[in-house]
Design a protein around this ligand. Sequence first.
Ligand SMILES: *Cc1c(COP(=O)(O)O)cnc(C)c1O
Length: 426
Amino acid sequence: MKLYNIKENDEQVSFGQAVRQGLGRNQGLFFPSNLPKFDDIDALLAEDFVSRSTKVLSALIGDELPAEQVNALVDAAFQFPAPIKQVKDGVYALELFHGPTLAFKDFGGRFMAQSLAAVSDGGKITILTATSGDTGAAVAHAFYGMEDINVVILYPKGKISPLQEKLFCTLGKNIHTVAIDGDFDACQALVKQAFDDQVLREEIGLNSANSINISRLMAQICYYFEAASQLSKAQRENLVISVPSGNFGNLTAGLLAKALGLPIKRFIAATNANDTVPRYLETGKWEPKPTVATTSNAMDVSQPNNWPRIEELCRIKEWGLETLGKGAVSDEQSAESVKALNALGYLCEPHGAIAYRVLEEQLAEGETGLFLCTAHPAKFKEVVDDILGSDIELPGPLAKHAVMELLSEDLANDFDALKAVLRRVQ
Ligand SMILES: *Cc1c(COP(=O)(O)O)cnc(C)c1O
């Protein structure tokens, strides 16, 4: 597999390099130089999740890793299903929260951990990542206990749910969690600064595990195929998919699935009040505002770092950006949609409900709608209980962590302070 840096096109890397490096020069994202295309989609969709995903990922990775090895990585990473559930006529939920940390980020996090171990050159590895909640948990659990890999996770202090915090800040061992005095964009800026520091980067083998790592996006492509495989042929010819978006990794993966040949009629980019992308698609102006806190906090991102990949893909495929659906949803509206879904007999948390709402507004006669449910409702128990007046039960993994002691340290929004932490944990 060959990839190039979107900002500095002369920087070309292999899959292994892209996974190890995360970001390219000048903070450029890596993008595949060639996208294979599957001709017989029906045959591909007839396969089971693991063998189909192996084919998709092998076609992307090429001869850099043998198919048997890709199969072993996929098998280890994808040990849980991605079922679709009908919520009403012609509208389906894709449940991506059946992994160990109950959010879709388990797919990418676990496949990345497996890939990194497979392409490691034996040197020191420090994973540094910023999280608005779910990435942290997925990354922490995916790498927990792995030898020779240290993980440092930054998150905005007081801005993620207490349960989310418990899920990844209670592990210990090679997992170090840091509560930053700032918002998610501040955490993301610190990570970028660390990657710009060439000396530090080499000294501790810095690697980012957030959605800028190409292996995470590649893993996520697979569940779009899995969703389509559960629909009839007629339904999938008219498929509209609504994606609740923050950093836009999930939507990038969906568009990549389409580029590989999966027939998807159109995508909808659904956001909360952090609506940089919907405004941009409307006006053509990229004008991020300060991030605002919402009840769908995993999407509280005003400078989505995967957006350049979407522009690149649309440019290559000559898909006009105007073909992307869009919509921004307020907290009040997402609460209404949580209630509406509940009335249909479907329990959903605000991220999924945002995708449902925009889908409902924009789905046309004869189309099949699919919205992504990115987290288990119990992961946002406080918000959901507040909206529904319920007392939903915590599933096993959450209940276990909820009573464990928090191990994170507090840190100022300061790069030198972070550097000291990074050196200390080696
Ligand atoms: C991360 C996250 C999102 C946003 O996904 P992106 O790929 O960053 O757009 C949406 N919902 C939940 C629950 C998440 O954790």
